[in-house]
Ligand binder design. Structure first.
Ligand code: C2E
Ligand code: MG
Ligand code: MG
Length: 759
């Protein structure tokens, strides 16, 4: 996951999208599952219905065939019986016919005379009855037919149903044999369609069955109400017409049914269509049941997935909160800011963007004085106050412990940012009240307008910090824009830094060198020593003031290699002086607090002395008053160690710092250098107002030598001599000199000494 996504992972959106996708997948899977369950059961029903219909249509065809056969047999029986009767005896009697009826197992036997009158019968009831015109018996008698078997019909006299067979005997009499329809029905009924259907209905699996003739009439049905009705549904009609198997999902009295139509053939011709109508109630109940089980299973899986996602989301949220939010203030942190800015810079939308870096100046002191808990309370109150400045265009971040950032988007003009900086300052101008005391915190705001030139977040944040430094140096306002001027300063600093780094890595560098300013005894005018002053000169930048480059050396963590280089170079020069016989001359080297505070400082000094083979007594170290602030005890013990080695210590720039005369009393030093500020006042101020005289006498009282710095004019020298100052250093005698000129001036001074020129 890239950074952008990592931070975004906190957003619910990242989880909602997979959630929606999973939900859709589940819906689709659910739908497919239910559909396939439905299809499976419907297909099963269809297959079952078709199979049943096929086997029933087969039964129907076979039944019809059986019926035809039996009917034919019956007809044959009637025909044979009538012939037997006719040929049995020409002299019929009623008694004979009764016996024959029993033997032949028929119900009625009538013997007609050629006129159509019943002359004998096994029953007495119709003897003498004569067939009249239009009666079927009459029609047969007077037809050309020899024999006939009628379909079942109602007897015209009794109204009972019979099946009759007729035969004309050679003597002209006519025999009629009748079998009661009831008996035939009992016998044939087993093969009738309706009965077959009724039997089929007993089969539990099947629903309603109907038999439809080729003219769409329902001839038989297990639903009596349907018998005699005509099929009107056009789809069904065309299905029947097409002579194919058809199945439909249909509605019957508002209920879903499944209908199967199968043609029934007898002797290669279609005799009708078997229709099976299955209710879907049972199938649907099964589908519902199985679908419910499927749905519950899917829902359980879905719910488990959701649960897993939700816990991952919460876990992620917690992790991301830990990584991207500050636990004390709840504000997005530095990591968040860096990724946020990267995104903003990448997606440059053309809006004006700026960054305000808020630095609490005395927060460290507050923390150290009142404790961290107190500091945390203040920070929380501060965060709450700053949050009030935030809106959709202004986003607040906690950058580091005592630094906050306001990112401003879409502002109109620089003045908007100034107004915002002023609002920030207002917050800091009021005391913080969450603690018992009304605590004041100082603040500065470094502002960077993010233009298209920025493609590195590091650079952006660095520029904001640089702007802050600029305020500290020029503390008139408590906000500063990172502008061209600062940019130039920074660029120059970077160039100087680079030059120093290369110079320190070169063996015999020309970029860095030392100049030596003579220190002269005010009583004898003899050179007693020199101050080694670092110089820097490069092709690109020319001569650079030590005030400028030493500050850079300090800030860019170069003081140790630089200090060592100075010390070594100065000691080498001492070696040169010693070789030339100047063995009482002292060379003073300026030492920074950074050097003195290092645990290995004494060892380093000793190593260099050893390496250069000089005497400790020729070396003098100048420290500034500010070093004492780093820690009096430790500084003092180091100074003692140095002095014990025979190295002289001078307190530089005395009077500009915080140390009082009473404080230096206990300090392990040998001499005090009165700062040139005091010396410069000598010609202008009334001498009585000057404290220089007092400083000199006080220093003498505690056994310290006094050196006056920056002595430029004779009047100053005179004053110093009058007030018993020991040594002077300044342009009046000599400016700092190159190595060669130093040796020259020393030579001249020694010559004059012999000639007593100075006295
Ligand atoms: P500092 O140690 O107080 O050095 C004396 C400064 O006064 C030198 O300035 C010197 O050139 C200047 N000066 C001497 N006589 C006169 C005078 O009559 N009139 C005026 N106006 N100025 C005079 P420079 O060389 O520019 O050094 C400035 C500061 O840089 C030094 O002040 C010292 O604090 C620092 N510095 C120079 N070299 C080194 C070094 O090697 N190491 C460290 N740590 N600091 C150094
Ligand atoms: Mg000095
Ligand atoms: Mg000085």
């Amino acid at each position: 996951m890239n950074n952008k996504n990592k931070r975004k992972a906190i957003h619910i959106k990242t989880f909602i999208i997979p959630f929606i996708i999973i939900a859709i997948i589940f819906l689709i899977v659910g739908k497919i599952l239910i559909d396939s369950i439905k299809n499976h059961y419907y297909n099963q029903l269809e297959e079952q219905s078709i199979n049943f219909a096929r086997s029933y249509s087969h039964s129907l065809a076979k039944g019809t065939e059986a019926y035809e056969i039996v009917d034919k047999l019956l007809e044959d029986k009637l025909s044979v019986a009538s012939k037997i009767v006719a040929f049995y005896d020409y002299h019929h009697s009623n008694e004979q016919l009764k016996k024959l009826a029993d033997t032949l197992e028929v119900d009625e036997i009538y013997s007609y005379n050629p006129q159509g009158e019943i002359v004998f019968s096994n029953t007495d009831k119709y003897l003498g009855w004569k067939a009249y015109e239009g009666h079927p018996v009459y029609d047969f008698i007077f037809s050309n037919k020899k024999s006939l078997v009628e379909d079942i019909r109602q007897d015209t006299e009794s109204g009972v149903y019979y099946k009759y067979g007729y035969f004309k005997a050679p003597d002209g009499c006519i025999i009629q044999i009748g079998v009661l329809a009831d008996k035939i029905q009992n016998f044939l009924g087993g093969f009738e369609i309706q009965q077959l259907l009724d039997e089929m209905e007993d089969d539990e699996i099947i629903g309603q069955i109907s038999f439809i003739d080729n003219y769409f009439n329902i001839l038989a049905s297990t639903d009596n109400g349907l018998v005699g009705r005509k099929i009107t549904n056009q789809d069904v009609r065309s299905a029947i017409d097409e002579d194919r198997e058809h199945s439909f999902l249909n509605y019957f009295y508002g209920k879903k049914v499944y209908e199967v139509f199968i043609p029934v053939y007898f002797q290669n011709s279609k005799i009708g269509t078997l229709a099976i109508r299955q209710s879907l109630e049972k199938t649907e109940a099964i589908v519902r049941q199985v679908s419910t089980i499927g749905f519950v299973t899917l829902s359980t899986i879905f719910a488990s997935l959701l649960y897993a996602m939700a816990s991952t989301y919460n876990k992620n949220k917690k992790l991301i909160k830990l990584a991207y939010y500050d636990s004390l203030t709840g504000l997005p942190n530095k990591e968040y800011l860096i990724e946020f800015l990267t995104e903003k810079i990448e997606k440059n939308n053309g809006d004006k963007k700026a960054l305000l870096l808020i630095n609490c100046s005395n927060f460290r002191t507050v923390n150290l004085t009142f404790g961290f808990q107190y500091g945390d309370t203040i920070l929380q109150e501060l965060a709450e106050k700053l949050k009030e400045l935030a809106n959709i265009y202004i986003i607040l971040f906690r950058f580091t412990s005592d630094k906050f950032v306001l990112y401003v988007d879409n502002y109109d003009e620089k003045n908007d940012l100034i107004r915002l900086a002023n609002k920030i300052n207002e917050i800091f101008n009021n005391p913080f009240k969450s603690t018992d005391v009304n605590q004041f915190i100082g603040a500065q705001v470094g502002i960077v307008e993010i233009d298209n030139n920025y493609n590195s977040i590091d650079q952006l944040l660095k520029d904001a910090s640089v702007a802050l430094t600029y305020i500290k140096d020029n503390s008139s306002a408590n906000y500063a824009f990172f502008n061209e001027e600062i940019e130039n300063i920074v660029k120059r600093e970077e160039m100087i830094e680079k030059e120093i780094r290369t110079a320190l890595s070169e063996k015999n560098t020309k970029k860095l060198y030392l100049e030596y300013q003579p220190q002269v005894d005010l009583k004898t005018n003899q050179i007693v020593g020199f101050e080694a002053l670092a110089r820097m000169k490069t092709k690109n930048l020319g001569l650079i003031s030590p005030v400028e480059f030493i500050d850079i050396v300090e800030r860019k963590q170069l003081m140790i290699p630089f200090g060592n280089w100075v010390l070594k170079t100065a000691c080498n020069f001492i070696g040169v002086l010693n070789n030339k016989g100047y063995d009482v001359i002292k060379v003073a080297v300026n030492i920074s607090g950074i050097q003195l505070m290092r645990d290995d400082f004494i060892d380093t000094v000793m190593d260099i002395i050893k390496e250069t083979g000089i005497k400790e007594s020729n070396l003098k170290l100048e420290i500034t008053e500010s070093i004492i602030l780093e820690g009096f005890t430790i500084v003092n013990s180091r100074l003692k160690q140095l002095r014990d080695l025979g190295i002289e210590i001078a307190l530089d720039d005395f009077g500009t710092g915080y140390s009082s005369l009473s404080r230096i009393r206990g300090l392990n030093i040998d001499c005090v250098k009165i700062d040139k500020y005091f010396i410069s006042k000598i010609p202008v101020k009334d001498h009585s107002e000057l404290i220089t005289k007092e400083i000199i006498s006080m220093c003498h009282k505690i056994g310290l030598t006094v050196i006056a710095e920056g002595v430029e004019v004779k009047e100053q020298r005179r004053y110093l001599v009058e007030n018993h100052c020991d040594i002077m250093q300044g342009y009046l005698f000599s400016k700092p000199l190159s190595k060669e000129k130093t040796l020259q001036i020393l030579k001249n001074n020694y010559k004059d000494r012999k000639n007593n020129n100075y006295l």
